[in-house]
Write a protein that binds this ligand. Sequence first.
Ligand code: FFO
Ligand code: ATP
Length: 198
Amino acid sequence: MATVNSVLTKSDLRRRVLAARRERSARERAAAGAAIRDAVLALPAAAPGATAAVYYAVGSEPDTRPLVAALAERGVRVLLPIFLDGGDLDWAEYTGPESLAAAGHGLVEPTGPRLGVDAVRGADVLVCPALAVDAAGYRLGRGAGCYDRVLSLVDARTPTLGVVYDDELVDSVPVEAHDRPVRAAVTPGRGVVPLADR
Ligand SMILES: Nc1nc2c(c(=O)[nH]1)N(C=O)[C@@H](CNc1ccc(C(=O)N[C@@H](CCC(=O)O)C(=O)O)cc1)CN2
Ligand SMILES: Nc1ncnc2c1ncn2[C@@H]1O[C@H](COP(=O)(O)OP(=O)(O)OP(=O)(O)O)[C@@H](O)[C@H]1O
């Protein structure tokens, strides 16, 4: 995949990654969820008492549900995103499976009190969805720009992680002026991978 990226547009690359994700087995997805959980739990920023902002995986996304459960279990405050019309993200706390409900666009979202778009500024670690992450930390998202906005809100020293399958960590993705990089990737096989100069 890495060799042909430079000639693919964002939408071509999105289609390719989504098609490849649909082919992944339940076994691979389960193993990925456990590996992602263990990699993020080992970070100092995920210590008890910290606040973590994490996407709640749906469909073929790299599974963050085991991570969310384990963080809450160890006493980390977990904020989950709520997709707002217009593309901003609001946030609410995960307080167990009963604090979640099916929402629009196939998403599962928290039902507790909404903390506001700026709540993510209080996160000690930010775990972002991505379809691909490149060597400089640039990520390809779903195309709504939600996480570019979130990444521009948080302090530059916050550990920001883009979670992808191993073969979705690529040399380069198409970059536009509004794109904001993450500081590290997390993959099931490689764990937390710090990215260039971040
Ligand atoms: N699990 C998870 N939660 C997340 C994200 C994510 O990527 N994964 N987001 C990351 O940004 C935000 C939601 N982002 C969204 C971005 C675009 C569309 C959207 O316009 N969907 C179209 C296209 C079809 C599709 O992708 O299913 C649609 O539903 O009509 C929906 C949500 C917040 N929560
Ligand atoms: N900081 C921002 N404020 C407002 N709109 C933004 C911002 N960043 C990006 N956008 C808008 O989002 C649109 C989609 O951007 P892009 O295709 O790069 O999304 P993406 O990076 O794939 O998605 P995401 O960031 O949700 O993962 C852009 O056309 C842009 O207008």
